[in-house]
Design a protein around this ligand. Structure first.
Ligand code: DP6
Length: 421
């Protein structure tokens, strides 16, 4: 290690996106290695609107591994964190920073301690895949700090051991998690099907239906499903393999009609196997069902799908539209059917890419109040219209993969102490 040891702090900051599965992962064949029972496919979301930023640092002055999430210290003792740390340390290499006079030998990584600070720019555990972005960012930033030679696909196999869906956040665009066959999980990793530019007309609108902590975690929910549902076997063996091929083709050919049909039916089947679990798991709520009804009515009226919807382990709806024009029309429909509570300002009710609001001709709350019902509902609202069922909407798009942030002002740890800023 460097001569003036004890003093120095070396750090790396990275930003990693979250992802939304359009063919779902649900069910493991190995709980410890996190090996799934089927392949899955996801769209990476634009990190400008939904991402995790993580700073990892190392110093001879640190006495233990410590981690802070959104400013609060959390335990790193969990088996999944430990698996990721162990796998990364085992692949660490020599690191030299000549400017700072630091030299870390490969073997030193086993003794050196880490400080890690992570920040999500969206609600943690609200069903918006915060663990996916978080674990992917942890693995990616540590890999950079410790000078790993592995590519993102190989890193995805480490992130997978933190949280299954995290492995798909190692890439931007459209990503497939190949379930693999090996017992040791070496071939269970993520690959990029196409980058975000391949299909850049797509616009994504997320309805955050509830920002509360979810009730049944994905981990225990899928364990119960595998143990008790008969449908899950049919899904994993018969349905998903065919859908994966069809979805890959739909993405390749930018075939929105097939993409939407596959995404919607796969989300519906995932929630059906949750219902087939005993005791049953309900992730969607009444508002989620009304959103589906709103989208289905419109898609049917247009004869060809305008919008795909998908729901993870929570009530939030992720809607993917074919282009900006459709996104503006969808936003009008959503604001008409799901208006905010009184005194909410539009600026906090629709966040992310606000240019979609402009395209929809909505400048302020007055414009929301005067919206007329869409033709497919003949002016009727979808179910009971009650204000505040949706907390807010996020407008976004498919986005890029992890990046290192070289601007030190974005670091979450102090460069001198290695403690949170
Ligand atoms: C419904 O990746 O959160 O979002 O592997 O146990 O950490 P663990 O589960 P997690 O499950 C995600 C399930 C899902 C579908 C998906 O993202 O494919």
């Amino acid at each position: 290690m460097g001569a003036q040891a004890e003093k120095w702090v070396l750090m790396v900051t990275a930003r990693t996106p979250t992802n939304i599965a359009v063919i779902k992962y649900w069910g493991k064949r190995d709980e410890k290695l996190i090996l799934p029972i089927n392949d899955s496919i996801s769209v990476t979301l634009d990190p400008n609107h939904l991402c995790t930023t993580t700073t990892v640092s190392v110093s001879p002055s640190f006495v233990e591994d410590r981690m802070w999430l959104n400013g609060k210290e959390i335990s790193l003792q969990g088996g999944r964190f430990q698996s990721c740390l162990r796998e990364i340390r085992a692949r660490a290499n020599d690191v030299e920073d000549e400017k700072k006079g630091i030299k870390i030998n490969k073997e030193d990584w086993q003794k050196l301690h880490l400080h890690i600070a992570s920040y999500n720019n969206f609600p943690t555990a609200a069903g918006l895949a915060s663990s996916a972005a978080g674990l992917a960012c942890l693995v990616f930033s540590l890999a950079k700090l410790m000078n790993l030679k592995e590519d993102n696909s190989q890193l995805s196999a480490i992130a997978r051991q933190g949280s299954g869906s995290a492995c798909r956040s190692l890439y931007g665009g459209f990503v497939k998690w190949i379930m693999g066959k090996e017992e040791n999980g070496s071939d269970s990793l993520a690959v990029q099907l196409a980058d975000e530019k391949h299909w850049d007309e797509l616009v994504i609108i997320i309805a955050v239906v509830s920002a509360r902590q979810k009730e049944t975690s994905s981990t225990s929910g899928m364990r119960d499903t595998v143990e008790t549902s008969a449908l899950i076997q049919h899904r994993a063996k018969e349905v998903v393999p065919k859908r994966i091929i069809e979805m890959e083709n739909a993405i390749q050919n930018r075939d929105f009609a097939s993409f939407a049909r596959l995404a919607c039916t796969d989300s519906n089947q995932f929630h059906a196997v949750c219902l087939d679990t005993y005791p049953p798991i309900f992730y969607m709520n009444d508002t989620s069902h009304r959103i589906i009804s709103c989208v289905e009515k419109w898609n049917r009226a247009e004869e060809t799908p305008q919008v795909a919807y998908t729901f993870d382990a929570g009530p939030n709806a992720v809607m993917i539209t074919r282009d900006r024009k459709t996104a503006a029309l969808l936003l009008q429909r959503l604001l008409y059917n799901f208006p905010p509570q009184p005194d909410t300002d539009l600026d906090s009710y629709v966040i992310g890419d606000k240019s979609i609001l402009k395209d929809a001709g909505i400048k302020d709350m007055k414009d929301v109040e005067t919206l007329v019902g869409p033709p497919e509902t003949k002016g009727n609202i979808v179910g009971e219209k009650s204000k505040g069922d949706v907390s807010y909407f996020i407008c976004t798009r498919p986005g890029g993969g992890p990046v290192v942030l070289s601007d030190e002002t974005q670091a979450l740890l102090d460069p001198l102490t290695g403690l949170p800023n």
